[in-house]
Design a protein around this ligand. Structure first.
Ligand code: PEP
Ligand code: MN
Length: 344
């Protein structure tokens, strides 16, 4: 449910409305947009419907949000969300986040080498997994806290925000000390306890679409995070399961315009996990920009053969450089900005 305030409502009236909502046992979210000031009321819809909200001074109208996802919906917020990721990098509203880096953090020297290269090519967020959700329990599981330290150190040195995956609610506190952005992997998109836990932090969350998740499922997972107080959710399409094994997953590129009709949240594309094939990644990256994505997520490794995870899908730094050049041109043509992290 949202309350649209009268144009001339006073601060005192607004405070009174907020107090009233709390008295009734609901939570609220005040947002002062350019066109209108609205208060979102968070709580059970049935009980909300019975509350006499329209009668409170300063209230213009009370609008039910019909979608099952409430605060993630376009009904709730018309303007696209823009989030600050750190080091001057923004995503949303025409700002593109370009995430690059290896699948896993494998050591300081190798991460440094890859990070310097991707930054020089124009990446503005560095990625690397320290806790890896591997299909086999016998595969490399990640460097853990030691890896997080390396990622943070290199992020600071190069003045780039970093993103890393969190797999378990018990890891949130630890990872929060080292990362700028939390990544929730496809396999954990519906780990609701994990979503609630990152929802109570103040860091942006990169939420990857589950491999069999519908668009509404994805938005409901975003809603879990937002309902805890953290509005900074970035959606990520990384391919869905299909019957065709010729690509690792099936890239649902239509999700970009599809989500634009449903939500104000940024949506980025991960052509690396979506295709699993380096030769397909450049074309799909460009297609993502053409589709209007808010960013691209690409795995890069300087020695894919030796990579401990997802080597076969990694681009070499020179291949990444080439595709970045093309994406920059296309972004410019479409009037989009690729923010440069604050220089050292
Ligand atoms: C990853 O980003 O390395 C990863 C494991 O991604 P996903 O959760 O999309 O499989
Ligand atoms: Mn990977």
């Amino acid at each position: 449910m949202i309350i649209v305030l009268k144009q001339n409502s006073t601060d005192k009236q607004i405070q009174h409305i907020l107090d009233k909502i709390e008295e009734m046992g609901f939570r609220h979210d005040l947002s002062r947009g350019e066109k209108r000031t609205v208060i979102g009321i968070i709580g059970e819809e049935d009980k909300l419907r019975e509350a006499p909200l329209k009668a409170i001074p300063g209230v213009d109208k009370v609008v039910p949000v019909l979608k099952p996802y409430k605060m993630a919906s376009l009904e709730y917020q018309e303007e696209p969300s823009v989030f600050d990721l750190g080091f001057g990098v923004k995503v949303g509203g025409g700002n593109l986040m370009m995430i690059a880096g290896p699948c896993a953090i494998e050591g300081k020297d190798i991460l440094h080498e890859i990070a310097v290269a991707v930054k020089a090519s124009g990446a503005n967020v560095l990625r690397g997994g320290a806790f890896k959700p591997r299909t086999s329990p016998y595969s490399f599981q990640g460097m853990g806290e030691e890896g997080l330290k390396i990622l943070q150190e290199i992020g600071h040195e190069l003045q780039m925000p970093v993103v890393t995956e969190v797999m378990d609610p018990r890891q949130v506190e630890l990872i929060d000390k080292y990362t700028d952005i939390f990544q929730i992997g496809a396999r954990n998109m519906q780990n609701f306890n994990l979503l609630k836990e990152v929802g109570s932090t103040k860091r942006p969350v990169l939420l990857k679409r589950g491999m069999s998740a519908t668009v509404v499922d994805l938005l409901m997972s975003a809603e879990y995070i937002i309902s805890q107080g953290n509005k900074e959710v970035i959606l990520c399409e990384r391919g869905i399961r299909s019957f065709d094994p010729s690509t690792r997953n099936l890239l649902d590129l239509a999700i970009v315009p599809n989500l634009r009709c449903l939500s104000h949240l940024p949506i980025i594309i991960d052509p690396s996990h979506a295709t699993g094939r380096p030769e397909l990644i450049p074309a799909m990256s460009l297609a993502s920009i053409a589709a209007g994505t808010d960013g691209v997520h690409i795995e890069v490794h300087s020695n894919p053969e030796m990579a401990k995870s997802d080597g076969p899908q990694a681009l070499l730094p020179e291949q990444f450089d080439e595709v970045m050049k093309q994406m920059k041109q296309m972004a410019e043509m479409l009037g989009k900005t690729i923010p440069t992290p604050a220089s050292t």
